[in-house]
Write a protein that binds this ligand. Sequence first.
Ligand SMILES: [Zn+2]
Length: 323
Amino acid sequence: MGDNSGCISVKRYPFREGTVFTTDPKRSSKMTTFIPKIEKLSSCVTRILGCNPGQMTLQGTNTYLVGKGDSKILIDAGEENNSEYISLLQTELKTNKWFISDIIVTHWHGDHVGGVANILQDVQEASSAKVHKFPKLQPPESYVGAAPLNFIKDKQVFSAGGVSMQAFHTPGHSEDHIILELKEDGVVFSGDNVLGEGTTVMEDLYHFMKSLQVILDLKPSLIYPGHGPVICDPIPFVENYIQHRHKRESQILNQLKENRGNMLTVEEIREKVYKDLAASLHTPAEMNINLHLGKLLKENKIDSVDDGNVKKWKVSEEMKPNL
Ligand SMILES: [Zn+2]
């Protein structure tokens, strides 16, 4: 058992200005923050970089060792067969005489779950760790590599390593996504629901927006994301993102209202909403519009009809003209 004090931050974060967090092709973003391979972020949290840099992973997946004492919870496990990451993790554990009691995976994507089997097999200090994950619906899963999965329930509390963490099911980026709130100091581990910088992809915008609200409601003091630097201004950061999505959604809905009686294809919506967009950005723009259309459909604000091979969209009959 650890002491009852909160986690003490060992780092002061400058307020970052002009951060862009968007999937919108008209807004650009660039990576600017250097992330060291190993960094102690507070008395309870050490971040170890997954050493898997790439377009989708930024400088790599952030994995976090959490706990006050020698026993640690590992959040996310990096990708499969990354010997540099395994060696970093191993050295950090050995040097500090730490061991891993639990591995919590935020979601099924390979850059978060891929390293679990390697860690259990190759890192002596983690060989008996329990592995936890929110269940995926399709296909159902019960193992990661050779490790049996312990299924996480929404709002489940983990007490280990002298800290308490609560899991919240936050689908949208993926159906099985969770975030974790470290109760000691109110920080949130956001997985891929919120990235430190750059863009995130999502399966379902309807659920994703609700999940962002779950993060806001927790009023986090900091966000430790699955990729990119620590977010030191979480509330304006997430609110800004929500507002931007609402603005884009109203533009799409307004086009459908203005063309009432004329059903529109996604290409026609794109031409009206994203004017003068370079041809190379047409596909990402249409993917973005499709996410919004899926959300509006779930909210019964629009209807769709398959006209031959083309899907067309119109505002729903129940929507009053001036709403
Ligand atoms: Zn992901």
